[in-house]
Design a protein around this ligand. Sequence first.
Ligand code: KG4
Ligand code: ZN
Length: 351
Amino acid sequence: MVVMRILGIETSCDETSAAVVDETGDAATPWTIRSNVIASQVQIHREWGGVVPELASRQHIRDICGVVERALTEAGTTWQDLGALAVTQGPGLVGSLLVGVSFAKAAAAAAELPLVAVHHLAGHIESLVLQNGELPLPSVVLVVSGGHTSLYLVERPGSYRLLSRTRDDAAGEAYDKVAKLLGLPYPGGPVIDRLAKIGNDRAVALPATRLTHADRNAPQLKGDLDFSFSGLKTAVLRYVRSHEQPLSETEVADIAASFQRIVVTSLIEKLFDAARRHGANSVGISGGVSANSRLRAELQERGERREIPTFLPSLQLSTDNAAMIAAAGLRKFRAGVTATLDLNADAALAL
Ligand code: KG4
Ligand code: ZN
């Protein structure tokens, strides 16, 4: 059954994406994906070693109309069949966000559709429900991407309470920076993940960060579940500088494996620590870094040992996509929250 059909739009970073998602009316599996079109700009930014914001916004402008048209065609639907339109309002690159928000406002006005403004991280959290159906609550969800590394407590559907976050770099950002200093291409996550499989994860002694003190910038959070990755990145830099260049392939693989072991261990330990403290009935990991093979394997393994259900999005739903924005949009629309046409992009939107 289709109760309502929504179009989602995502342009917060370097993927232009549009998706059509149906609300099913089924409480356990509330949504199904009809289409999820993603135009990645990775090839463009790779040349510069990272995302160039101005190039990203310009490419979104070129791609947005075609991507939306294709999402509607692949879904076998038209503007008349839609019940609402959801768009990422933030956080992200402001120029990129503006393309999606402006397009969505114009389309909502022209097609006379209600507009829903979605937080990008709510989208990443809801990607778990889109993939697996409703999670056993309360759930602790780790959102780990190129811009964020945060733990959220989901007590009720659609409510997200921030438990902790990174004090400095996001985990994905650390992957990207470490890849760069090893002379590997952008984005660093997939390359390091691949090399780590052939390296020795105990070969290079790298420090694991332990935070025990509260964060001066967020005194309401206790702070001991916080993440930190910039020290680890600096340790890799020092190691690389103290060794003869160029590094051999084995050395690079060993660094990748050792770095990945520390990152994954820190993510998994804090996630399960938070789950225990908050009496969670499930845990989930979403965001670009949840595509990581070691993280996926360790999550499942640890879940089995702790006897708590663990959830992941598919690989396509891990990295930025509009289906997760459509899903979060449906959730918000059902909670009665819509946006007006004076909606603006917000690069630092809070959840
Ligand atoms: O969620 P996402 O597509 O965009 C943001 O909202 O940031 O995440 C992109 C990040 C990049 O830093 C990329 O290196 C990382 O996800 N990533 C990975 C893997 N695939 C993507 N990190 C580790 N292992 C992977 N397999
Ligand atoms: Zn993201």
